[in-house]
Design a protein around this ligand. Structure first.
Ligand code: PLP
Length: 453
């Protein structure tokens, strides 16, 4: 390969690309890690190494990295209608069929589906709809959105403002202060008072939320947005009874519950939606990632009948609903999503996740006693280890992220891709992973932890 395009990937990459979530200066010397192809739960890099993709890419390739049926569905759709849109009343069969399917699968009754291409766009759409809805109801003051510290909702200007992670805000000058409010992370290990049970912690967070909304003025609060399980914040599973305690507070103050299922949707937690697993009752839902097994970018927002009615009536008053993306509901995305869902149903992917999740969670928790590990946590086929210098005190390292990054490098050198999130190390493999492959994924963890210590 001397002189060929792959041998000088390092030089070409650092010349041409600005990488997301990458230290651009360090990257110049480290260079790219080039992935060439995929097969099942594995990807192959440019050095010919076979790597178990323990993160399904970015929590998204639910069916793994080579599915002939999805490829065929894409080819077929491209041959028939490669592009069309839904503006001004235009329509096409796959967009309608997928919307019907999503309504059928939704954890609570939903009325209408609106399409975008990404999770960030879905959450931006959610906020615009919440504002439009309250304007339609004659409540122009009711506009604040409550999110949570460590919640992840995307990177567009507004979705990044919802995201509760410092590096998504720092130096971006986002409009976070007036309309977005962040409340506490529901993380029992870090946030509970000494001796406080999960249920007591959940009740306290709900009472705090109630007091917070009262202090802001309920007439100014439009919505609460939450992932059933926080993903990019470090796979934080809320304490038992959390959403059950939160929901009455939101209902009392007439606050919308925006369910961000971008990671949790389509089986990841052992139900079709994380809302079912975690006891949330959404008024609207954001879906993306595993919606198409990540083969094609597509996201969907589902809204309930009350929102749909108000939004539709307001569009009539104004003359149209002035929101929509060129690629929203792209026929290719819809066709691949329909096939993805059909495969999930035919192969009973939810049943499979439930079957293999106990082994996944056990093998993760087998390492909870390692001297470097503060907490092992997760649900379904998502989980994380958080490293800590003192488990009892839930202490953090002086240089956050360094130990997590070392652990990530140790795992990679042993053939497994996971994701370092600060001092947490996450696993979220393709949902088709077998029990043997789960064993294979966790096999190098002990040695990697020892080498990191
Ligand atoms: N919401 C959640 C819960 C996510 O995890 C992500 C991405 O990881 C997003 C929204 C943003 O999605 P995208 O990267 O497709 O814009």
């Amino acid at each position: 390969m001397d002189g060929g395009p792959l041998s000088n990937m390092h030089a070409r990459d650092v010349e041409a690309l600005l990488h997301p979530y990458t230290n651009a200066v360090a990257h110049r010397s480290v260079g790219p890690h080039t992935i060439e192809r995929g097969e099942g739960v594995y990807v192959y890099d440019s050095e010919g190494r076979k790597l178990l993709e323990g993160m399904a890419g970015l929590w998204c390739a639910g069916l793994g990295f080579h599915d002939e049926e999805l490829i065929e569905a894409a080819r077929e759709q491209l041959g028939r209608l490669p592009y069309y849109h839904l503006f001004a009343g235009r329509s096409f069969e796959p967009a309608v069929e997928l919307a019907e399917k999503l309504k059928e699968l939704a954890p609570v009754p939903m009325s209408k589906i609106f399409y975008q291409s990404s999770g960030s766009e879905a959450n931006d759409t959610q906020i615009k709809m919440a504002w439009y809805y309250n304007n339609a109801l004659g409540r122009p003051e009711k506009k604040k959105i409550i999110s949570r510290v460590k919640g992840y909702h995307g990177v567009t200007v507004f979705s990044a403002s919802l995201t509760g992670l410092p590096y998504n805000h720092k130096d971006f000058d986002l409009p976070v202060s007036d309309r977005v409010k962040h409340v506490a992370t529901p993380h029992h290990w870090r946030g509970a008072h000494p001796g406080e049970t999960e249920a007591e912690f959940a009740a306290r967070l709900a009472a705090d939320l109630d007091a917070f909304i009262e202090a802001e003025g309920p007439e100014t609060v439009a919505a609460f947005i939450a992932e059933p399980v926080m993903g990019a914040g470090g796979v934080i599973v809320p304490p038992e009874g959390y959403f059950e305690a939160i929901m009455p507070v939101l209902r009392k103050h007439d606050v919308l519950m925006i369910d961000d299922e971008v990671i949790c949707g389509f089986g990841r937690t052992g139900n079709w939606f994380g809302a079912t697993t975690l006891g949330m009752t959404p008024t609207s839902i954001s879906m993306a990632k595993q919606l198409t097994s990540a083969y094609v970018p597509l996201s969907a927002v589902a809204i309930n009948a009350e929102m749909a009615e108000a939004i539709e009536q307001n569009s009539h008053k104004i003359g149209l609903f002035g929101h929509g993306f060129t690629y929203g509901g792209h026929p290719l995305g819809c066709a691949v999503a329909i096939k993805t869902i059909e495969i999930y149903q035919r192969r009973d992917i939810v049943g499979h996740v439930r079957k293999v999740a106990p082994l996944f969670q056990k093998r993760l928790r087998d390492h909870a006693g390692h001297p470097l590990v503060g907490e092992a946590r997760g649900v379904g086929l998502m989980g994380a280890l958080e490293v800590s210098p003192d488990r009892e005190k839930a202490a953090t390292f002086a240089q956050p992220g360094k130990v997590g990054a070392k652990l990530s490098a140790e795992m990679l050198s042993r053939g497994v891709i996971g994701r370092a999130i600060g001092d947490s190390f996450a696993f979220c493999p393709p949902m088709v992973i077998t029990e043997e492959q789960i064993e294979e994924m966790f096999a190098p963890l002990e040695a990697s932890l020892d080498a990191t210590l």
